[in-house]
Design a protein around this ligand. Sequence first.
Ligand code: SF4
Ligand code: SF4
Ligand code: SF4
Length: 275
Amino acid sequence: MNQKRKWMIPLGMWMVFETVAVVLWLTKNNLFYLLNFSYIGTAIALGLFLFQMNYKHARRIVQLLVGLYMLIYLGFICQENMQIEGFWYYLFTGVFEAATIHYAVAKIIGPLLFGRGWCGYACWTAMVLDFLPYKTPKKPRKKIGFIRYITFAASLIFVAVLFLCHVGHIEKIMFWAFVIGNVLYYGIGIILAFAFKDNRAFCKYICPITIFLKPMSYFSLIRIKCDKEKCVSCGKCKQVCPMDVDVTDNSRKRKNGTECILCMECVKECPKKAL
Ligand code: SF4
Ligand code: SF4
Ligand code: SF4
């Protein structure tokens, strides 16, 4: 890879985040947005640069830098509920702040550009699950993806009931919902990973956020494509894919196409540099 490209890709991504940072800072008149999105953009740009330098833990570094920042600083210290309940909460209050902006950037509009990059590089749930031993699924995929609709509906009903019943101290409830929600996500995620021998089982079957992520990432500008001229159909890319994506099929309708988390394991594994 030429030297120019090594810098251009991280720089391009950094500029996207910096644009978001500056626009939100100026329109919301809040310095937090400048610092927040600058930090996240810089962490992602650093990871992309390390990846291009063939550093094998590049993705994990970004995941820890962004995931820990969001979980500990934004979640526990600033007490912002960045889980899906927080999104509903701000949506119901009609305030375009915190979780609503986070969802718009990372999970609704952003995936049109970078697909499910959030899932590969920033999610604090997957940050922990990716430490577990089943990096590639050891069992076939189950047909229980409908559970994500139940968790999605449950989160919406939970917040709607709080509003409809005019429950007091709702901000405190949202903070505790964040704490308890995370404990549940980690607990269920770890149990499922061991039961299904698949670190990403929680992502595949339970996570309510995929209701936003999957349809938006279908149209993603950034996606892994296969150069059919180079590919020798060895199948190594599919063996290492944590999300069971049929990555050699270039169509947008490819099997599990909206599951790709851009982890680049297939790219690293391909002996012909066809991806
Ligand atoms: S599917 Fe859900 S839990 Fe998994 S990485 Fe994406 S947002 Fe996180
Ligand atoms: S291995 Fe390739 S196809 Fe599979 S999730 Fe990672 S980047 Fe996407
Ligand atoms: S690893 Fe490379 S050569 Fe082998 S099937 Fe995948 S894209 Fe083709």
